[in-house]
Design a protein around this ligand. Sequence first.
Ligand SMILES: Nc1ncnc2c1ncn2[C@@H]1O[C@H](COP(=O)(O)OP(=O)(O)OP(=O)(O)O)[C@@H](O)[C@H]1O
Ligand SMILES: [Mg+2]
Length: 390
Amino acid sequence: MKKHTEPLLSVRDLNFKFTLRGQVLHALRDISLDVYPGESLAIVGESGSGKSVFVKCLMGLNDLNGYVESGSIEYGGKDLTLLKTDSDWKDIRGSRIAMVLQDPMTSLNPLKTIGWQIEEAVRLHQGLKGAEAKKAVYSILEEVGISEPERRAKQYPHEFSGGMRQRVVIAIAMACRPEILICDEPTTALDVTIQAQILGLIRQMQKKYNLTTIYITHDLGVVANVADRIAVMYAGEIVEVGTSDEVFYDPRHPYTWALLSSLPQLGVKGEPLYSIEGTPPNLFHEVKGDAFAPRNPKALKIDYVKRPPMFAVTATHSARTWLIDPRAPKVDPPEHILALRERGKDLVAKAAAEGTALYGASAPEEETGAAASAAVNEENGSAKGVTARG
Ligand SMILES: Nc1ncnc2c1ncn2[C@@H]1O[C@H](COP(=O)(O)OP(=O)(O)OP(=O)(O)O)[C@@H](O)[C@H]1O
Ligand SMILES: [Mg+2]
């Protein structure tokens, strides 16, 4: 991963609420996050954790019953929380920041040809006309992996498969020449092989155009290989953020432990897959303490009483859990996580040797992981996503 200097976009203490039938839902709670130029940032968390509401704040696309209560989003010398009307947003939405949604059909016009829809973006954002615009359309189609572009440009969305439609949506987004591409669960509706292809395509675009991507998913396994950094959301807050290696191999928040433990890739054959008990808190009520405490079998007393601050683990890694407080009792993560930590040690050493040292010095050296690690490897041959990282 590149070393980052100045963030491209900075979110500070963002609180976002919805009013619904006289009640207030606190959807985003004190979110602070920097997004760096050219990076691929993944946001993971289960349904309802606030991932979509968060990225919609970056484009002013939340429902009208929602409002920013406090905080700021600095981007391009502006505070985006102050933009209100469509005309305020005009220079940013769909031009500097573009979004690809889960269901490509919601972004495509069923009554217009694919070529027409891409050409519209090309005309609007690149100022091309006539034959030149057509040429650009064909080359974008080819770039996103659609062969015979001249023939396919004349077709309608319903003549394309789900994966192909998503490629078209990406083509339209790219025709806008955005600086930031937000992908909100763009592969959830697709089968696994197609998912991997779409992910690969996004990654390719990111590299080629030095595009900054924000990728949303509820599946931590999906982003293991593609994200530079991962932010984990729970109940409207970011509970952990770090480089992909840090979050994978040295997760600190019990919710991240739980997310990782429920990955099929990490499961031990013959044993039931871990699932997180209980449900997330109701955000219509103010959350007390650590939001994950009621679902955390190893919760501390203080977790029920006081909300933990964001503790820094390294310069790039922080987590909102009392476990990092020096006064906290030592609580070991589950076996799977210890095994991962053990595996990650080598990566850490490698990173240090390469002088990147992104991991910092504070990653603890656990003794207990080796046996579990061996067990996971043996039982699970290629612990897919995770092995592929090594
Ligand atoms: N218009 C709205 N009015 C009231 N509450 C809303 C509104 N839009 C979203 N919410 C609430 O905000 C919270 C966060 O929703 P969000 O859509 O961001 O979740 P998510 O993490 O994207 O989940 P998923 O993985 O299911 O897409 C949820 O509790 C949701 O019910
Ligand atoms: Mg969502």
